[in-house]
Design a protein around this ligand. Structure first.
Ligand SMILES: NC(=O)c1ccc[n+]([C@@H]2O[C@H](COP(=O)([O-])OP(=O)(O)OC[C@H]3O[C@@H](n4cnc5c(N)ncnc54)[C@H](OP(=O)(O)O)[C@@H]3O)[C@@H](O)[C@H]2O)c1
Length: 310
């Protein structure tokens, strides 16, 4: 049995991990949170102050935490202060042996800090982990498949529009559309990561692959499922490098949460990495191979089962 602490277990990926943890009885866990939170689950929520390393150590001691999964969103001080202090506390408490820093995405290019400065705190966390005796691994799952979900399908991810706007039958594809991208359902990411608690050794990357395909293939699947011909535009790498992308009708709704200029620039960075072929996760050595009984939802199944009927 592994005693697990999910830091940021009140967020999208964190709550999905909690969802999976509650479906099994082998491992036990707590959620670390900065705010009083009415838990929907039987997993205890423990209030913490991430600025106080000594207090963090006490929490780890009290709950005999062996493994920490950080599911912080990447913002402001979440990684530079909160995650860094959690790593320091984990290193000091002898029972805590393993740490997953917030990742759950692609293998970010180190040069990415030039266009996305907050990524620096991500790489700083990895550098800090390298100085510790902790066993640690990042989770690489590509892009969340949930971006292409119909509203009827269960997901903790209240996502915006990304590349293919299925309800409006339009798409703004990064690059040629023939670059491979890995799409994985958040629930499947969590299922594989919780299963990985059973492994005696972790590779440096915990890879999880829902399905790897191209955007052109995804468009064909969407067209076949909906029976509609999509209006497809392509954004060249040069366009993406100028922080420009094809604006889709679904983006208008997303501007309510994030100003247009900020959102389109942010999306252009991720779409640039997609066009550069950086968004696919190798299946070799992945958790899929270690846990063949876990069958992740594929993009093909998503389209055939969940968009066809709408
Ligand atoms: N691959 C993809 O397509 C994709 C998409 C989205 C996100 N992601 C990645 O998934 C990971 C988790 O993201 P998410 O969207 O699940 O996160 P989120 O919901 O934005 O945040 C998770 C939790 O982090 C905690 N938090 C936020 N700021 C904090 C701070 N300064 N200090 C301490 N805790 C803080 C909050 O918990 P409390 O308030 O309870 O403390 C929050 O509920 C990130 O690494 C993100 O980049 C990947």
């Amino acid at each position: 049995m592994v005693k697990l602490a999910i830091a940021g277990g009140t967020g999208v990926m964190g709550r999905t991990l909690v969802d999976v943890l509650t479906t099994q009885s082998t491992h036990k866990g707590i959620v670390l949170t900065r705010k009083a939170f009415k838990s929907e689950t039987a997993i205890p929520h423990v209030l913490v102050d991430y600025n106080d390393v000594k207090a963090l150590i006490k929490v780890l001691e009290e709950h005999e935490i062996h493994t920490i999964i950080s599911a912080f969103g990447i913002n402001g001080t979440s990684l530079s202060v909160s995650q860094a202090n959690l790593i320091k506390a984990a290193e000091k408490f002898s029972v805590t042996k393993r740490f997953i820093p917030s990742s759950f995405a692609i293998k970010y290019p180190e040069s990415g800090t030039q266009i996305l400065p907050p990524l620096q705190s991500y790489f700083d966390s990895l550098d800090l982990l390298k100085t510790t005796s902790l066993k640690w691994a990042v989770v690489h799952n590509g892009t969340f498949l949930d971006h292409f979900f119909p509203p009827s399908l269960k997901s903790r991810y209240n996502h915006g529009t990304l590349v293919i706007d299925i309800p409006h039958v339009k798409a703004g594809i990064p690059g040629s559309g023939d670059e491979l991208i890995t799409l994985t359902y958040t629930l499947d990411v969590a299922r594989f990561v919780i299963a990985a608690l059973d492994l005696s050794k972790w590779p440096r990357e915990l890879r999880v692959v829902g399905e790897t395909l191209t955007f052109n293939q995804l468009i064909t699947l969407a067209e076949n499922a909906t029976g509609k011909k999509f209006d497809v535009r392509y954004d060249s790498l040069e366009t993406l490098k100028q922080s420009r992308i094809t604006e889709l009708p679904g983006h208008m709704n997303d501007y309510k949460k994030c100003p247009k200029e900020v959102l389109l620039t942010f999306l252009s960075i991720f779409q640039r990495w997609m066009a550069e072929g950086l968004a696919s996760i190798p299946i070799e050595g992945s958790l899929n191979g270690k846990f063949p009984d876990i069958k992740p939802l594929t993009a093909q199944e998503l389209m055939e089962k969940h968009w066809k009927s709408l």
